[in-house]
Write a protein that binds this ligand. Structure first.
Ligand code: ZN
Length: 205
């Protein structure tokens, strides 16, 4: 077995959900190694399943391999949460069925950006506003090795960008309007509006 396969076998021996890695761990700051068949196919499938279970349990809408301590370019995405219609419309938050992305990269399509609060399972307890492209072109592979090349818009584009950033050692706070930073408690109490206009005025970001 390869070193990567040994490492994944150790991870998969842990109970679910897998433990999450938090900010301050160097694995979150390293550029991941491209996935190029380092794992047997069945182990890759088992890893993706474990990542999905861990994402569900958190709960979250995405999980990148570094967040379970693994420096490989693999992430999972899924957003099937029910949200109020006002939020779904304002944030263009549409259902995103489960998928795995391997060696993803994204590029903005057009000049439009959206600024909304987001959080990260590796930075628990906080949220901040990040301006992100309204539409991105996603390239890479899926878990079967099939090449991806598609345009993704709205909240799903934010998820793609956030998770792909993780694989390059970038946290959302690196891109955030840092004066918007809020605890989850204050977010729920004050800043959960569909768009963060009041927060922008009051926090001056
Ligand atoms: Zn994250």
């Amino acid at each position: 077995m390869s070193e990567w396969s040994d490492r994944v076998a150790q991870l998969l021996a842990e109970p679910r959900p897998l433990p999450l890695v938090h900010a301050g761990d160097p694995v979150l700051r390293q550029v991941t190694q491209p996935y190029d068949g380092q794992l047997p196919d069945e182990q890759l499938v088992a890893l993706i399943t474990a990542m999905r279970e861990t994402m569900h349990e958190a709960p979250g809408v995405g999980l990148a391999a570094p967040q379970i301590g693994l420096g490989l370019a693999i992430a999972v995405l899924e957003d099937m949460f029910a949200v109020p219609a006002s939020i779904a419309v304002a944030r263009r938050r549409e259902p995103l069925p489960f998928r795995a992305i391997i060696n993803p990269r994204y590029t903005p399509v057009g000049p439009r950006t959206h600024s909304f609060y987001e959080g990260c399972l590796s930075v628990p307890g906080y949220q901040a506003v990040v301006s992100r492209a309204a539409t991105v072109r996603l390239q890479g592979q899926d878990e079967t090795g099939t090449e991806l090349d598609e345009e993704i818009s709205g909240w799903s584009a934010r998820i793609v960008a956030h998770e792909t950033d993780h694989l390059a050692g970038t946290l959302y706070l690196d891109r955030a309007l840092i004066r918007s930073l809020t605890t989850n408690e204050n977010y729920v109490r004050r800043w959960a509006d569909p768009v963060p206009d009041e927060a922008r005025s009051a926090l001056q970001f």
